[in-house]
Design a protein around this ligand. Structure first.
Ligand code: PBG
Length: 331
């Protein structure tokens, strides 16, 4: 054959499995994953979450068992969320400050079971503890008060650190909370307790199943648009990230994940800070629903989406698919 031919044939490098492996730019490992878990009261309890097929709330003993499973799978970190009993929810979310609350007991159980073999990331926000389902203290009009809320979040963070939390993750989106929490952690000699700030957290329709899982969905009146970000905004996310870094965040998070990978890429390009993304509950449910009706292969969908997070620039991903993905990666 003579004549013209493509000067470059990119298909050459794709022509066999060994060559695709050799040219692969992005590698996903179990060490990239953070596994979110829901904690509930009791012992020996596993409560499936209807809107999150395959995800359960576990009592504290079950959480310790999941931690051992995570260590076996090579998952380096767990994220904890409590389903606070209804009678312990109040207007001011005071249960968040109880040193013996579900969260603190779960942290201790993980540390007793696994020691320093696994990290524990704890959510700082009041929504699992308030009777109104908002992330902070509200005034008579239902507006979430900033500085008053920050004062409580500081105490919540210190409470979690005292129980043994390794990474404090404020998900509330109040202004100035990273600085206030960092100062309190330093004063309390928690110098090595990290802060991963939910820096760019959007007011998203993808949080529905999570709110079911922590029992705040039915309680929530209105929305969270006066503190969580407008999904239309990107420049503003960079300002949020810049502020949180300046205030002392060790790493930042973008949330939700898949519809916001442009934000991950922009943060990564602009800042030299570890950036994580949260593939949130609605994203998990969407993949499961697609797989359930045969619109895609579950395992392939999971691996493709998680690889996309890494390609966009993520240091790691919070995902309810963490144990499945780790199992697949471990072969
Ligand atoms: C609480 C919080 C939420 C999520 C993580 N922390 C819900 C919310 O802001 O309403 C959502 C996680 C998910 O959907 O998986 N502040």
């Amino acid at each position: 054959m003579t004549g013209s031919y493509p000067a470059t044939r990119l298909r050459r490098s794709r022509s066999s499995a060994w060559s695709r492996a050799l040219h692969r730019e992005t590698v996903l490992t179990p060490a990239d994953l953070i596994w979110p878990l829901f904690v509930t009261e009791g012992s020996g309890v596993e409560e499936p979450v209807a809107s999150l097929p395959g995800v359960s709330r576990w009592s504290v003993d079950g959480i310790a068992a999941r931690a051992k499973e995570a260590v076996e799978l090579g998952i380096p970190c767990l994220a904890l969320f409590p389903n606070t009993p209804a009678d312990k929810r109040s207007d001011d979310g005071g249960e968040a400050l109880n040193p013996d609350n579900l969260m603190c007991r779960a942290i201790k159980a993980i540390k007793d079971a696994c020691g320093s073999d696994i990290g524990v990331l704890t959510d700082v926000a009041l929504d699992p503890y308030t009777s109104h389902g908002q992330d902070g203290l509200i005034d008579d009009a239902g507006y979430v008060l900033n500085d008053e809320t920050v004062a409580v979040l500081v105490d919540q963070a210190v409470n979690q650190a005292e129980a043994g939390a390794d990474i404090i993750a404020p998900s509330d989106m109040m202004d100035g909370r990273i600085k206030a929490i960092r100062m309190a952690l330093e004063m309390g000699e928690h110098h090595n307790v990290q802060i991963m700030s939910y820096a760019a957290k959007y007011a998203s329709a993808f949080y529905g199943p999570f709110r079911d899982a922590v029992g705040s969905g039915g309680l929530l009146k209105g929305d969270k648009k006066t503190y969580q970000m407008d999904p239309a905004n990107g420049d503003e996310a960079l300002r949020e990230v810049a502020l949180d870094i300046a205030e002392g965040a060790d790493s930042v998070m973008v949330k939700p994940g898949m519809p916001y990978l442009d934000i991950v890429a922009r943060v990564k390009a602009r800042f030299d800070v570890p950036v994580f993304a949260y593939q949130v509950s609605g994203e998990y449910a969407m993949i499961e629903a697609a797989a359930a009706v045969g619109a895609g292969d579950r395992e392939a969908l999971v691996m493709e989406t998680l690889t996309g997070f890494k390609r966009a620039g993520c240091t790691g991903v919070l995902t309810y698919h963490a144990p499945l993905a780790a199992r697949l990666l471990n072969g």
